[in-house]
Design a protein around this ligand. Structure first.
Ligand code: ADP
Length: 334
C-alpha cells in the first residue's frame, strides 16, 4: 500500500514495564499507523532522566521497551524504531525551542505540577522543560499525527504553540502536530482500584503489565474494587464498576460484554464471575505478548540492529529538518 504523506511520531519512556495503558493509549495505534504513514517511534531515554537520574538499569529498560514495542506488533522495517539519545539533532532543536518557551507557561503545566509534588527534592530544569523536549522530538520529523493517551493532550497543545511561535518568528518550517487516536477520543486506561490511571511507576498493584505472569493477572483483576451490586434496574454505574466494563471492552468478546451489561441492568450481576471472565480474557490477551517479549530480549544482537537501523532513518529525517531550521534562523554564516 502506498503510504500517505502525513508523518507520525510518538515515544515511550524506558522507566519500567509497559502496561495496558501504554498498549491501548499508544502501541495499538502505532501498529495500525505504521501501515499507512511514515512513522517514527522512539524510546524516550532522555526524558526518563528527569525522573530517573540513576542510569544503572537504563540499558536493560531500553531493551525491554524496544522488545515490548516489537512484540506488540511494531515492525522495525516499516517504522523507524529508535532511541532518543541516538539522534543528537533532538538536543539542538530543544535548545532553540527553549528560547521560545516561557517560564510561566511551563510552570503551569499539569504534569510539571504533579512531578513537583512527587519529587520535591529533584525539581530540575529538565522537568520544567519536559514539554519543550517533547515538542522537539515531534517537530524534528515535522510530524502532524502523534498517537498518545489522554494524559498527553496538554503537551501536544504546547508543542503546537512552540511550532507556531518558531514559524512566526523565523518563517514556516513546522506543520502543527495533533494528538491522534483511531477512535474519536483519546484513551485513558483506568487503574484496577478505581483511582487514577494505569502507570509504569505508580499504582503497581492496580496496573496490568505486559510482563505480568498469568496468576498475577488473575489476582490483580480479582482484587478490583466492586460492591454488592445495583439495587434498581438501569442504575448509573459507580466509577470503579464503569472502569471494569471499560477494561472488559478492551479485551473481551462483544457477546460477553453484552451479557454483563444486561446482568447489571437487570440487577443480577455477579461481580465475582465478571472478574473471573475478565481475568481470563486479560490472560489470553497479555500472555502471548509476554512470551514474545521474553524471546526478543534474549537476542541482544537483534535489538542492536533494530536500534541502529531506526537511528539511521530518524537521523536522516532530523538532519533534513535541522537544515531548514538553521536556514530559517539565519544560523548559516559559511
Ligand atoms: P507512563 O505514564 O506509564 O510512564 P509514558 O509517560 O511513557 O507512560 O507514556 C507513554 C504513552 O502511553 C503515552 O502516549 C501516554 O499517553 C500513554 N499512556 C500512559 N498511561 C496511559 C493510560 N493509563 N491510559 C492511556 N494511555 C496511557
Amino acid at each position: 500500500m502506498e503510504k500517505k504523506q502525513q508523518i507520525v511520531m510518538s515515544g515511550i519512556r524506558p522507566t519500567g514495564f509497559l502496561h495496558l495503558g501504554n498498549y491501548f493509549g499508544a502501541l495499538r495505534n502505532y501498529v495500525k499507523m505504521q501501515e499507512e504513514y511514515e512513522c517514527y517511534f522512539m524510546v524516550a531515554d532522555l526524558h526518563s532522566l528527569t525522573t530517573h537520574p540513576d542510569t544503572k538499569e537504563l540499558k536493560q529498560n531500553v531493551h525491554r521497551v524496544l522488545a515490548e514495542n516489537i512484540a506488540s506488533g511494531i515492525d522495525p522495517d516499516k517504522a523507524a524504531l529508535y532511541c532518543q539519545s541516538h539522534v543528537h539533532e533532538t538536543s539542538e532543536l530543544y535548545l532553540y525551542l527553549n528560547m521560545l518557551a516561557y517560564k510561566g507557561e511551563l510552570e503551569k503545566t499539569t504534569t510539571f505540577k504533579d512531578k513537583v509534588r512527587q519529587q520535591p527534592d529533584n525539581v530540575n530544569a529538565g522537568l520544567l522543560t519536559y514539554p519543550v523536549l517533547q515538542a522537539a522530538d515531534i517537530i524534528l520529523h515535522r510530524a502532524t499525527f502523534v498517537p498518545v493517551g489522554k494524559d498527553q493532550e496538554q503537551h501536544l497543545e504546547m508543542a503546537r504553540n512552540f511550532a507556531n511561535r518558531f514559524n512566526h518568528r523565523y518563517g514556516d518550517v513546522f506543520p502543527e502536530p495533533f494528538a491522534f487516536n483511531y477512535g474519536s477520543e483519546l484513551i485513558k486506561v483506568p487503574s484496577l482500584d478505581g483511582t487514577g490511571k494505569m502507570s509504569k511507576s505508580e499504582n503497581q498493584n492496580a496496573t496490568l503489565y505486559l510482563a505480568d505472569e498469568d496468576e498475577v493477572i488473575r489476582k490483580k483483576v480479582m482484587k478490583a474494587k466492586t460492591d454488592a451490586g445495583p439495587t434498581a434496574p438501569y442504575s448509573q454505574k459507580p466509577d470503579y464498576i464503569e472502569n471494569l466494563f471499560l477494561l472488559m471492552k478492551l479485551v473481551s468478546a462483544a457477546d460477553v460484554i453484552a451479557k454483563y451489561e444486561n446482568d447489571y441492568n437487570t440487577c443480577v450481576i455477579r461481580y465475582g464471575d465478571m472478574k473471573k471472565q475478565l481475568g481470563e480474557d486479560m490472560v489470553k490477551f497479555i500472555s502471548p505478548i509476554r512470551e514474545k517479549v521474553n524471546g526478543i530480549l534474549k537476542d541482544e544482537k537483534y535489538l542492536k540492529e533494530v536500534m541502529e537501523k531506526g537511528a539511521e532513518k530518524a537521523r536522516k529525517s532530523a538532519k533534513a529538518t535541522m537544515e531548514l531550521v538553521r536556514q530559517a534562523m539565519g544560523l548559516k554564516y559559511l
